[in-house]
Design a protein around this ligand. Structure first.
Ligand code: AMP
Length: 129
């Protein structure tokens, strides 16, 4: 069965899209640790990051860096933190989290955004790509 992220990539489930290339897709995390929390996903559906082939792994990191640079331009933050977990969704994804303090990297610390805030945030990040 297709993962929820494959369904997002295929447009079957809505998302706040940030960027798409032939091989990668980025969108806002729906339950963010901090404003601008973004997920970068390879279209290839692989469960664990250590199982990615080296080329895709390197390209995912390059794609994530490009998105992270746009996040740093858009969001007032100290820096963008990176995490890879995958315990909830078994389809490789890089969490990019604009952080000001350590708790922003804690997945039990969440912020809530309105629909309009998500829409405006995604547009602002896209403008800085
Ligand atoms: P993990 O697999 O533990 O790295 O976490 C999966 C992440 O995906 C969580 O931060 C969720 O909030 C996020 N997530 C799950 N479903 C969606 C969705 N439909 N749209 C955006 N983010 C999602």
């Amino acid at each position: 069965m297709a993962s929820i992220f494959t369904k997002i990539i295929n447009g079957e489930i809505p998302c706040y899209k940030i960027a798409e290339t032939e091989d990668f897709f980025a969108f806002l995390d729906i339950n963010p640790n901090a404003k601008g929390h973004t997920l970068c996903v390879p279209k290839q559906e692989v469960n664990k990051i250590m199982d990615l082939d080296e080329k895709t792994y390197m390209e995912l990191m390059a794609f994530s860096r490009r998105i992270g640079q746009a996040l740093e331009k858009t969001i007032d933050c100290n820096r963008v933190g990176i995490a890879v977990i995958g315990l909830e969704v078994p389809h490789v994804h890089v969490h990019l989290i604009p952080i000001n303090e350590m708790r922003d990297m804690t997945f039990s610390h969440k912020v809530s955004l309105t629909e309009q805030e998500f829409v405006e945030l995604a547009a602002a990040i896209r403008e800085n790509l």
